[in-house]
Write a protein that binds this ligand. Sequence first.
Ligand SMILES: NC(=O)c1ccc[n+]([C@@H]2O[C@H](COP(=O)([O-])OP(=O)(O)OC[C@H]3O[C@@H](n4cnc5c(N)ncnc54)[C@H](OP(=O)(O)O)[C@@H]3O)[C@@H](O)[C@H]2O)c1
Length: 331
Amino acid sequence: MRLLVTGATGFIGRTLVLRALGDGRIGEVIAPVRSAEKLRAQLAREGVVNPPKLNILEATAPDWDFRALGKVDRVVHCAGVLFGRSREEYFRVNVDGTLRLLETVEGAPKTVLLSSQSAGGPTPAGQTARRIGDGDRPISWYGESKLRMESAVREMAPQFPVLLLRAPMVLGPGDQATLPLFRMVRGFVWPKPGFKSKHFSWISSDDLVDAIQAWFERGPEISPFTANVTSPGTITDRDLMQTAARVSKRQGLALPVPQAALRLVALASKVIPAIGENVPSLTPDRAREIWPNRWVLDARPFEEATGWRGSANFEDTLARTLAWFRREGLV
Ligand SMILES: NC(=O)c1ccc[n+]([C@@H]2O[C@H](COP(=O)([O-])OP(=O)(O)OC[C@H]3O[C@@H](n4cnc5c(N)ncnc54)[C@H](OP(=O)(O)O)[C@@H]3O)[C@@H](O)[C@H]2O)c1
């Protein structure tokens, strides 16, 4: 079987490639990346050197073209812009890049496109969880680009099975987005946006890879199929801080900071790029996703359709993430 994974130098793509390299059913893993050298160096740090079934190509979205590859059996599209500098950059990569992939890939492969809960927006008021079919109201350029990607794929109506997978925050070893959290809990005071607790769905990278595998094997023949996926349980921003501190063997206090003050910091990042570089979620656009108090998803339809259920434990996932940061010398 030939598997094409985009975004292999990123957190989720790399997790998928490492899993696929150890899967005897997969004969070739094709990884189009912007820098082959970056991917080779990352894999070497995971103890994987020149694996014979890995085919690394250099290609950049949206100008990539996969026709020369011939037929592939499965695609997982992880390449994307999560923290861009302009609306145009989000749309060019997340929308145009995805369409170009679907237009040029051959063999009618089963295809998973990583969308995001940001495409739908926060949980609608009065509901415990956002369902597929609730009115989509993205509140960031990132979310708008993911929603547009989904609708553009529907308009294109590819003649092969496509899953539009709306993931919540993904946690696990290799996730750079939680580095500021682990660095913060080394101090005693942990600034927390707003006075009320914020509630989130989450998914471990291992659960996400298992969910993708389950859809490949047992996914419904509806295309495109849009679905939410989550690991068990809802977490709060305080849980994130306290659990990151516990696994780091640190103690401290969450200090609620008025959101108005944080809005000013996010605005300041327009003129002080170092703010966004150190905490990417504080760029003015992505910061809009910090203010709502509920980002919880209903994943039951996907679970019913595939028989898959997440099984990750939140504390264990954060402990393994920290171990990875320590190994990389980042904390
Ligand atoms: N992480 C989460 O919590 C989360 C949650 C929901 C959905 N998602 C979605 O899951 C997917 C993967 O996320 P991630 O966390 O793995 O992100 P990531 O670590 O930032 O990785 C992004 C990947 O996309 C590649 N990329 C960016 N622009 C590109 C371009 N123009 N051409 C080719 N490759 C490009 C990056 O390559 P370089 O290494 O060359 O920069 C990298 O390999 C994304 O679509 C994201 O929206 C993620």
